[in-house]
Design a protein around this ligand. Structure first.
Ligand code: ATP
Length: 321
């Protein structure tokens, strides 16, 4: 488990992190969301041990990382947002260079490097200079490099930024596979749909503090349940309106061109029961759906920016009938 307590870090007068608390449970693929300047990179660098906080504590499992940085670093692999310049090295030389930084030598180092190069699909490029690799390949090599010492935690800063869709998918698949092998992964991204696809847990960073954290699936369900339920009928709008008004889960209802929009405080079973009720009342229903929740909605809600949503109260929709 990664545990950060009261972490603060300033750059001159800019306070990047302000007494931040965060727990990343073991085995999670944890996504960090936040606007530009929220403090994501600073936080990831502190976890990776390449930037010291001004204040606070960081525990990696039972290791106090600020007091035992060398021990902590063995547990963490870090993929920065920039590849760096190692252009004249070949892929193999690049890997061996980092293997030597972890005191791996000779055959052991070579076997480990070959294994990782193969795992990220670069075996045919092993003797090519790093500068000839595409950005997607460089990113895969960067991940292989971060795994050289087989760390339990992998920390990646915007790993899919600037990649084409195919390379993005390949990085995402790689991260899911690594998580399945038991590694705990922390990733930052601006692409929230991407985080919702691969992450098990997320945290929202705003102005240097953690605004919210949680498991992705329950969050998406909760957000989905706050989206309007849209029901289209071919006829029987008055009967349907009567049913909606009497229904205990319906908070408000609007009607536009035979499509109802309901603020509905119920789960999937309540939705199914409502559909049955409409069918029992011989109402020809030709559309029934609730838009799924998205991390975008969650992010906007948690950061105080509400989405524009048109829901009229029960009293306002009389004229629609
Ligand atoms: P982005 O999404 O744009 O990468 P971020 O969430 O990663 O942003 P950080 O890069 O951690 O945010 O920056 C947090 C704050 O600290 C910002 O106001 C940034 O301008 C400032 N900052 C970061 N690095 C430095 C630095 N080396 N010197 C001065 N200020 C810095």
């Amino acid at each position: 488990m990664l545990e950060l307590k009261g972490i603060s870090r300033s750059y001159g007068r800019v306070q990047a992190l302000r007494g931040l608390d965060l727990t990343v449970p073991d085995g999670t693929l944890f996504g960090l969301m936040g606007q530009n300047g929220a403090g994501k990179t600073t936080l990831l660098k502190i976890i990776a041990g390449i930037l010291a906080p001004d204040k606070g504590e960081l525990f990696i499992d039972d290791v106090n990382a600020l007091k035992n940085p060398a021990e902590a670093r063995m547990k963490i692999g870090y993929v920065p947002d920039e590849f760096g310049s190692y252009d004249s090295l070949t892929v193999m030389e690049y890997m061996e260079f980092f293997a030597s930084a972890f005191r791996m030598k000779g055959r052991t180092a070579r076997v480990r490097c070959e294994e990782l190069i193969k795992n990220v699909g670069l075996q045919e490029r092993a003797d090519h200079p790093v500068e000839t690799l595409s950005r997607g390949m460089q990113q895969r090599l960067s991940i292989a490099r971060a795994l050289i010492h087989d760390p339990e935690y992998l920390v990646l800063d915007e790993p899919t930024s600037g990649l084409d869709p195919h390379s993005r998918v390949s990085i995402r698949e790689m991260l899911c596979e690594l998580c399945d092998t038991g590694k705990t992964i922390v990733i930052s991204s601006h692409i929230l749909s991407e985080l919702s696809e691969i992450c098990t847990d997320i945290g929202i960073l705003e102005k240097g503090t953690v605004k919210a954290t949680g498991e992705v699936q329950p969050i998406l369900e909760r957000i989905g349940n706050s989206n309007p339920l849209r029901i289209s009928v071919l006829a029987g709008t008055q009967t349907a309106m009567g049913i909606f008004r009497r229904h205990p889960c319906v908070r408000s209802v609007t009607l536009s061109d035979k499509t109802f929009s309901l603020e509905f405080e119920g789960g999937a079973e309540d939705e199914a029961a409502l559909l049955m009720q409409l069918i029992d009342a011989d109402i020809p229903v030709n559309g029934f759906m609730r838009e799924p929740g998205t991390l975008e909605s969650f992010f906007l809600q948690m950061t105080g920016k509400t989405e524009e949503r048109l829901i009229l109260s029960n009293d306002d929709d009389e004229s629609d009938l």
